[in-house]
Design a protein around this ligand. Structure first.
Ligand code: CA
Length: 470
């Protein structure tokens, strides 16, 4: 019996050999990443954290810019180019927007995207910017973000790459090139316009998108009294979102509100999504202890740029609650995502920095009653066949918020708009996503820094150039 068993053992070993070897080889490949960003200050810190990782582990393939958020296209590109030049990463392609449009029948013309939410894209990139009205133009808004309070030109070195209108690679082309190259993980840290248009235009490339990590949304966000609420409690909170002013829509978070239909398209794409919403980022503000420690650790240009940026924001903060209210939005998402990716055997998102939980959610894109055309919704208004074949009486066919002071949304009592609300639901409309709920405390009980990610961010930012970069 023993002799008879030996050939079978050999066959077994031979047959299981190659797959194990292949897995080992796969795990040695760098993880390919694409970042779509609106180039706010926290996006820059997120890029620092990502680009200072070992390239043989995490390899940033491309950056695309959604220019319907906190910064304008040309400024945003030059900001990114200067950062990449400072970090010796000039090889990374950068794309933004593009001309074109989406026809009334839903046909997406080439190279469209980035300047308007999908719902408003016609034959040009000019429009009412209904959602972008949530972002004010002057000080503390786009004016400051575009220039990073003047620090961009004062601090960053300028390389050879500059924004050139009409010659700039488009976001869509850069996404196609990067994602065609192999399995790619996508980080969305602004509105979802570019990536939703990519998915709608290139269904054959969907298989190359391994996973999507999103900073955005508010699900069970903290109430103003500081307690982490359950859903039923959150509905009693005055606001779970972070729009300003909040009277018209107390539910939405900026990134999602800037293009709810795009975010719905991404969430319901069938690609696995992990979400880092306000629920989690509210628990990791730029604390006073972190700020003091950052000031002490200024041995790299990245740490200096980060500190000087935060100091300007703190010094201009309109209340004395900067250290409680200014959170680590996009860089906490990138930190959590990379930690999850390092733990790729885990299905529950185990990571160093954040508690995680599965939730069943969908995304609100319009407000009931559905199917009544009131002139607010270009997906249905005046069209015999609704755009993108949406249902005439379905969830996309209601009133769409027209602006921050839309009378429909500001009605007393019911009628508060929910465009961009990431809502927990049951049934077929729900998508099961992994959600970050709370930043983890520091592993080191003796540390002055309360959260684990504070320490990691400081370590990464203050680390000198490694051997592989020299
Ligand atoms: Ca952002």
């Amino acid at each position: 019996m023993i002799l008879l068993a030996i050939p079978w053992m050999i066959i077994l070993i031979v047959s299981i050999g190659p797959p194990i070897k292949k897995n080992l080889m796969d795990s040695e490949q760098p993880r390919r990443i694409l970042v779509d960003t609106d180039v706010d200050t926290d996006d820059v810190f997120a890029l620092f954290y990502l680009l200072k990782q070992n390239k043989s582990e995490f390899d940033l393939q491309a950056i695309t810019i959604n220019a319907n958020g906190w910064s304008d296209g040309g400024h945003a590109i030059n900001h990114i180019y200067d950062i990449l030049f400072m970090m010796d990463k000039d090889h990374i392609p950068v794309g933004v927007g593009g001309e074109g449009g989406i026809l009334p029948n839903g046909t997406i013309l080439p190279n469209v995207g980035g300047f308007l939410p999908i719902i408003d894209q016609g034959m040009s990139t000019a429009g009412g910017c209904r959602y972008r009205q949530a972002i004010w133009v002057g000080p503390n808004g786009r004016q400051d973000i575009n220039s990073n309070f003047g620090l961009r030109k004062a601090f960053l070195p300028q390389g050879g790459r500059k924004y050139t209108p009409l010659e700039q690679p488009t976001a869509q082309q850069v996404m196609i090139n990067a994602i065609s190259g192999g399995p790619t993980t996508v980080f969305l840290i602004g509105s979802h316009t570019n990536f939703a248009i990519f998915l709608m235009s290139n269904p054959h490339l969907k298989k190359n998108v391994e996973h999507i990590y999103v900073m955005g949304g508010a699900i069970r966000s903290y109430c103003s009294n500081g307690t982490n609420s359950t859903r039923s409690e959150s509905e009693q909170c005055s606001s779970i979102g972070n729009l300003y002013p909040k009277e018209s829509n107390p539910y939405a978070e900026y990134n999602i509100f800037l293009d709810p239909f795009a975010a719905y398209t991404v969430l319901h794409s069938g690609i696995p999504v992990t979400l880092i919403p306000l629920d989690a980022t509210n628990t990791i503000p730029v604390s006073k202890d972190f700020f003091i420690e950052l000031e002490k650790r200024q041995n790299t240009y990245e740490a200096q740029y980060c500190y000087q940026s935060l100091k300007i924001i703190r010094d201009n903060w309109q209340t004395d609650r900067f250290h409680e209210d200014y959170d680590m939005w996009d860089y906490f998402m990138v930190g959590t995502a990379l930690s999850i990716m390092r733990n790729s055997q885990s299905y529950n998102g185990e990571n160093e920095f954040s508690e995680m939980e599965y939730m069943n959610i969908t995304l609100v894109t319009s407000n009931g009653p559905y199917g009544i055309s009131d002139g607010s919704n270009p997906l249905i208004d005046g069209l015999a066949v609704p755009k993108f074949n949406i249902q005439k009486n379905g969830v996309h066919a209601g009133h769409v918020q027209m602006g921050m002071r839309d009378p429909f949304c500001s009605r007393v009592g019911k009628g508060k708009c929910q465009d961009g609300y990431m809502k927990e639901v049951a049934g077929p409309e729900a998508v099961r996503v992994l959600v970050a709920t709370k930043a983890k405390p520091s592993h080191d009980s003796g540390s002055l820094l309360e959260k684990e990610f504070y320490e990691s961010f400081l370590d990464v930012l203050s680390s000198p150039k490694a051997d592989w970069e020299v």
